[in-house]
Design a protein around this ligand. Sequence first.
Ligand code: 5RP
Length: 219
Amino acid sequence: MNQDAMKKAAAEAAIEYVEPEMIVGIGTGSTANHFIDLLAKIKGKIDGTVASSEASAERLRGHGIPVMDLNQAGDLSLYVDGADESNKHLHLIKGGGGALTREKIVAGASEKFICIADETKLVSVLGKFPLPVEVIPMAQSFVARQLVKFGGTPELRAGFTTDNGNIILDVHNLEIMQPEKLETQINMIPGVVTVGIFAHRPADVLILGGESGVRTITA
Ligand code: 5RP
């Protein structure tokens, strides 16, 4: 089974969590795209969705699935999204697709966060995947200098602008031993919009597609 088939298997398992009349929070990326495509088959069952990116909103609308504004929708019962890395505590690194800020907002507004991924995303220590940090453009150099103090090597994601009009610094060479602490510390740097560590609001359920089927880990 290839990695994409594993992602699709995880997305299929997540569909089971969708209940009638829900407004479902939708993540961003190739795994979330599988979920969107599967959701299209049961779109009559739900009241609508809230998207974590313009790209996901476009894909949802393409399937004729209603996309609502979070301010209109209020708190959500379910959010489904992928991740770049997860540890066994379901602390995540997200933002490989650059949608980390809106993803963190929708995750925060949701009662249950189901993370869907292929099994290669489960790691013992977060940080091998370069940590995305969304930054206000004028603060790029200042924030980069602060990130170096945490032992990382920040690199500007070239030619990329977030849906919020900001830049991304991808921080290489981190070994994140205390995800909650580092999330707080990086979020406190002036000019940082969001860091892609999801530890204060981890996933509630991690569904991993793998060679031997689908595995579910709960927090
Ligand atoms: C986007 C994300 C994605 O969830 C993450 O990058 C995983 O992507 P994929 O499902 O394509 O492996 O955080 O900002």
